[in-house]
Design a binder for this molecule. Structure first.
Ligand SMILES: Cc1cc2nc3c(=O)[nH]c(=O)nc-3n(C[C@H](O)[C@H](O)[C@H](O)COP(=O)(O)OP(=O)(O)OC[C@H]3O[C@@H](n4cnc5c(N)ncnc54)[C@H](O)[C@@H]3O)c2cc1C
Length: 529
């Protein structure tokens, strides 16, 4: 069963070895496990619903609690402490367009705010009802989850928008196809959520970001149905799919989407290489990105992430072996690990592997084969479960991300990690902060940082610590010319920084479109705009 106050399936546990716990204790200080509120305790605090009855609306307190928050750290703090200030007044599970239309009509007539809900995996406050007088209804898309049509001539598939990653791929696999969109939240996030947040998968280098595979679809908006027909390409004015990508539930409810799929690749392999330092590694991945070699993934960890990742994975022996070996080869004490993936036809892969190896070696890379790459592949969706384990040991974990041109990569990564590292010194609390380049482009890269700190006994103080770190790093990202989000979206947490990159005219364009499609402001207020 899915955890109600943490990540993932409650049968899955990511164990932490005693030496990994010791490593955290040495860096951050010993932490006290702080008990969580139970489901029953929190349930008893859910207030009465304010909604008038409707055949599609469930006002059951448990349903409302299960849809109250997403997966951001503030969400975790609220859920685990039971200090949830606001709940949706009801949850609806539409099964077709007509039911979605009926919910929009109900919202208009009863002045109810609607929150479209995919998998609830948002990490920036997208699906949280906001404090205020308005009654809120969460529209859970999970029953709109079918494959409607597979066009093998065009290699496109039409899915209902509430389909999750595993179900979507399972349907395609049966016919020999793959979408290949693998965000780390793949187990639970949905096609509609990926579109509405402009999501990026781990292998988007090969399979494309959502904007590459979203070919068209259908929305129900407060002013009527809206179709986006698929074209291979079009010069007929601005592309309206771009308005829907990243619309965060503000413009309409996506009920189905047409996606570009491809034949299941013949082979997929992941390899690892080390570089003597971060700067050398960054130069090497830029060279690969600009070489046109058809890789499927490049992920370069900075020295602290290299060390921490291997230790958290319970691979201390591998770390000390690697550090000793790398030192003997003159790689110093701060090696950086690159994991790279190759996907496609066997023959092309052989050439790509050979050319990539030559390029990495010419940039000082030490290739170490498949073992670490395979380790990454096996744990690619289980790493988020470590958040549960660390929380239970008294530590809070969060991530943030941006993308910048190559010229700013080193300075921005340094600004992010040092801002996080020093962000709680006035409270004499330490922060473990590390980063990797997660998605690589010809003209720049995304920087993805993880930070871990001790929870305070008082959840409000833990939230305060997080807010301080989040504000300072968001300011640092913006000051370095980075986008406020490369893949997580805007929600509430990033909304104050959006105008910096969109500008005054850009913001007024977005607001005008939102007002046009949703004149009463029914859909997901307070998010994005
Ligand atoms: C552990 C973890 C790992 C993650 N890894 C990644 C990653 O690798 N890459 C990445 O891009 N993101 C990642 N995320 C963030 C998150 O998974 C993405 O933002 C995802 O796209 C959200 O999808 P969802 O279905 O859960 O949407 P939700 O969280 O339910 O909703 C997100 C937004 O989309 C809107 N929405 C959802 N469905 C619809 C619909 N049908 N019509 C209109 N609006 C809709 C909602 O109103 C909301 O504004 C991660 C999150 C977690 C917790």
């Amino acid at each position: 069963m899915r955890r109600w106050n943490g990540w993932g399936d409650d049968a899955k546990i990511y164990p932490l070895s005693e030496s990994a716990a010791g490593y955290l204790g040495r860096i951050l200080g010993e932490a006290d496990p702080i008990p969580d509120a139970s489901f029953e305790q929190v349930l008893s605090t859910v207030p009465a619903s304010r909604l008038s009855p409707h055949r599609l609306i469930n006002t059951n307190a448990a349903e409302r609690l299960l849809h109250a928050r997403g997966q951001s750290l503030p969400d975790w703090i609220a859920l685990r402490s039971g200090q949830i200030d606001v709940y949706p007044d009801g949850v609806a599970y539409p099964t077709n367009d007509e039911e979605v239309r009926s919910l929009l009509k109900y919202a208009g007539e009863t002045d109810t705010r609607l929150i479209p809900y995919g998998g609830g995996t948002s990490v920036v406050g997208h699906i949280n009802p906001l404090l205020g007088d308005q009654q809120t209804l969460t529209v859970d898309m999970s029953r709109l989850n079918k494959l409607l049509h597979l066009d093998e001539t065009d290699q496109t598939a039409t899915f209902e928008a509430g389909v999750t990653g595993p179900s979507l791929e399972e349907e395609l696999r049966r016919h020999g196809y793959i979408l290949g969109h693998f965000p780390q939240s793949w187990e639970f996030s949905t096609l509609g959520g990926w579109i509405a947040t402009r999501s990026s998968g781990q292998q988007s280098y090969y399979y494309g970001r959502v904007e590459d595979f979203f070919a068209g679809g259908h929305l129900e908006t407060p002013v009527g149905p809206f179709d986006l027909p698929p074209f291979p390409a079009s010069a007929a004015g601005p592309d309206l799919r771009e308005m829907i990508l990243g619309s965060e539930g503000r413009l309409g409810i996506i009920t189905r989407a047409i996606v570009r799929v491809r034949s299941t690749p013949e082979v997929e392999r992941f390899y690892a290489a080390f570089f003597q330092d971060w700067e050398t590694g960054v130069k090497a991945v830029r060279a690969v990105a600009q070489s046109d070699l058809p890789l499927s993934m490049l992920r370069l960890s900075n020295p602290l992430e290299t060390e921490t990742t291997l230790i958290m994975a319970g691979r201390e022996r591998l770390v000390s072996w690697a550090v000793r070996g790398l030192r003997m080869l003159g790689y110093g004490d701060e090696p950086c690990m690159l994991i790279y993936g190759l996907t496609g036809y066997r023959g092309i892969l052989a050439i790509t592997r050979w050319r990539t190896a030559a390029l990495l070696r010419s940039h000082g890379g030490l290739l170490v084969g498949k073992t670490i790459g395979e380790m990454w592949r096996k744990s690619r969706f289980s790493t988020p479960y470590l958040r549960n384990t660390l929380w239970e040991r008294g530590y809070a974990v969060d991530t943030l991300e941006t993308a910048v041109p190559w010229a700013n990569v080193l300075a921005t990564a340094e600004a992010i990690t040092s801002t996080l590292r020093d962000g709680l010194t006035d409270q004499e609390e330490r922060v473990l902060a590390f980063a990797h380049l997660s998605h690589i482009y010809r003209d720049g890269a995304s920087i993805y940082a993880t930070f871990i700190f001790r929870r305070a006994k008082d959840p409000t103080e833990t939230l305060h610590r997080w807010q301080k770190l989040k504000n300072a790093t968001s300011e640092a990202i913006v000051a370095h010319g980075g986008t406020i989000s490369h893949q997580h979206g805007v929600g509430t947490d990033h909304a104050p920084y959006l105008a910096v990159e969109k500008g005054k005219v850009g913001m007024s364009m977005l607001e005008a479109v939102q007002r046009k499609l949703d004149p009463q402001g029914l859909l997901n207020p307070g998010k994005l705009l």
